[in-house]
Design a protein around this ligand. Structure first.
Ligand code: FAD
Length: 487
């Protein structure tokens, strides 16, 4: 252990169970931490302002936690990834660091950025150490017998589990304190404001205790019912931990470790809530492994090549109706309005709205992928891309193209009394349960003398369905069939 090292935080904003941080502390006597906000990159990659706000708030917490260990946190905004090598080499010069430590990010631009940083450091004799950290089982550690990445979830899950049994699970403690650090002056002052639009994320606490408590409370009181409640948007039945996993305030290993404490049967009992929750953590890993094995996923490409032939519809009118929650399909509109207002959407609703955009409106999944990334507080490239390609039937192990969600029956099934719909589509608050999913069929709306009901069969100011689902379904299946035939 000698000299000074730089620990470079990216999507791993925590001290506990942080592979790079621990390695840095083991190898260096002294440490300086850095975070480099990159507004242009965020802009180009549609990172949601609400997520940036969460990161900003979390950095203040991280700074205090690091200060307790005598490690300064330097936050320096750089416009773009191309400026990052200079920022890192400059900090290495100021601090006299001999090594830089960080955890891998698997997206293409991030990998290229890291390669450039490594190349810039090498002539200066500064080591660059980059670790796998964001998965429980690292990409590449589970492969098929042919040595390839799994393309199907169920065998992936099986191999993932048996790897876990063999390797075991370890959650690393935070690193030991640095004795005394003359570099502490580098972090004087508050975290600088980012030159990026702000959307307040205050509803999401960022302190260590609150995040940990959310995980504990979920595993203690909710996970047992997860398999029964996870699909009902009006119930608070999921963990809502994704913003913390996406930004690395929490590690997936921490989640699994707490889950194993409270629901040890989660590994073997397929009918248990714990099993179902573990499944979701494994989906997260599956999409990350795929991104590493198939870099084309990070280049806007579909997994299934023939789906490049799908003739998507160009329609700003339809896209905007979807974005603004004015499609005339209440469950879709409620979800899209919630997303815009809060940066959050329930998983079932992500599936329904993604299916509606791609299958009912036949709009390219990439438009939806971008919209989600630019609004979600938990925006995560791999999971978002995986979710969109699943819904659009362009991904591996995706929904088959001929299976199209019916947005009305999905609403009836997962929001039977319309509780969720009424929360977000206020125009429909007085519509009786019977018509809450089909307000255009509510006879009262047509007959009622209320002046706001107009003289068409429209409830209040609510639009008629912009497409007929049955007809749209037939058309989409045909478009996909032709695309496949062309291949
Ligand atoms: P829980 O149900 O409590 O699950 C626990 C954790 O498992 C989540 O926090 C998340 O990290 C992971 N997880 C759960 N479901 C999935 C899944 N289907 N795929 C991958 N990981 C999963 N998740 C994101 O984190 N970021 C995204 O940008 C994102 N975009 C999506 C887009 C679409 C179209 C779809 C269908 C899904 C998307 N998901 C995304 C996955 C999923 O919807 C969210 O992870 C989940 O809703 C978060 O809520 P939760 O934390 O309460 O999850």
């Amino acid at each position: 252990m000698s000299g000074t090292g730089i620990i470079w935080f990216r999507a791993d904003l925590r001290l506990v169970d942080n592979t790079a941080l621990l390695a840095a502390r083991e190898q260096c006597e002294n440490l300086v931490a850095v975070y480099l906000p990159t507004p242009m990159q965020w802009h180009e990659h549609h990172v949601a302002p609400i997520q940036v706000d969460l990161i900003h708030r979390r950095l203040a917490v991280l700074k205090d936690l690091l200060a307790d260990l005598n490690i300064p946190l330097v936050v320096r905004e750089v416009a773009d990834f191309s400026d990052v090598p200079l920022a890192i080499t400059q900090l290495a010069g100021e601090s006299g660091a001999h090594s830089v430590f960080c955890n891998k990010q698997y997206e293409n631009d991030e990998q290229l950025r890291d390669k450039n940083v490594k190349n810039a450091l090498s002539p200066l004799n500064i080591q660059f150490h980059c670790f796998d950290d964001s998965c429980i089982v690292n990409p590449g550690d589970v492969v098929t017998q042919a040595g390839e990445a799994f393309k199907v979830f169920t065998p992936f899950r099986k191999a993932w589990l048996s790897y876990l049994y063999r390797a075991g699970l370890q959650v690393q403690p935070p690193p030991a304190k640095v004795d005394s650090n003359a570099l502490m002056t580098l972090s004087d002052g508050d975290i600088p404001t980012f030159t990026y639009p702000k959307v307040n994320s205050i509803d999401w606490p960022v302190d260590e205790e609150a995040i940990r408590q959310r995980l504990l409370t979920f595993c203690e009181t909710k996970v047992a019912l997860y398999h029964q409640q996870r699909d009902i948007p009006s119930i608070d039945g999921t963990s809502c931990l994704s913003p913390y996993l996406a930004t690395g305030c929490l590690s997936a290993r921490q989640c699994l470790s707490v889950l194993l404490n409270y629901a040890p049967n989660c590994l073997i009992s397929p009918d248990s809530g714990g099993f179902a929750w573990l499944n979701e953590l494994v989906w997260r890993e599956f999409y990350r492994h795929l991104l590493v094995a198939y870099p084309k996923l990070g280049r806007n490409q579909p997994f299934v090549s023939w789906t490049n032939n799908v003739l998507w519809r160009e329609s700003d009118e339809y896209l905007q109706a979807w974005q603004q929650g004015r499609t005339g399909y209440p469950i879709v509109d409620a979800a899209m309005r919630q997303l815009k207002a809060t940066g959050w959407m329930h998983n079932r609703l992500r599936m329904i709205t993604a299916s509606f955009l791609t299958k009912d409106l036949l709009i390219d999944w990439r438009a939806g992928e971008r919209w989600f990334m630019s609004h979600l507080i938990d925006g995560d490239f791999a999971s978002n891309n995986g979710g969109w390609q699943w819904a659009a039937s362009t991904g591996t192990d995706a929904q088959p193209y001929f299976r199209v969600f019916n947005p009305t029956t999905q609403g009836e099934r997962f929001d039977p009394k319309g509780e969720f719909i009424r929360t977000w589509v206020h125009e429909l608050k007085d519509v009786p349960d019977k018509y809450i999913h089909t307000p255009h069929l509510w006879p009262e709306a047509a007959r009622n003398n209320d002046p706001v009901l107009f003289d068409s069969p429209v409830c209040l100011d609510y639009p008629l369905p912009i497409v007929d689902h049955k007809a749209a379904r037939v058309c989409t299946i045909e478009v996909f069939r032709i695309a496949k035939e062309m291949a």
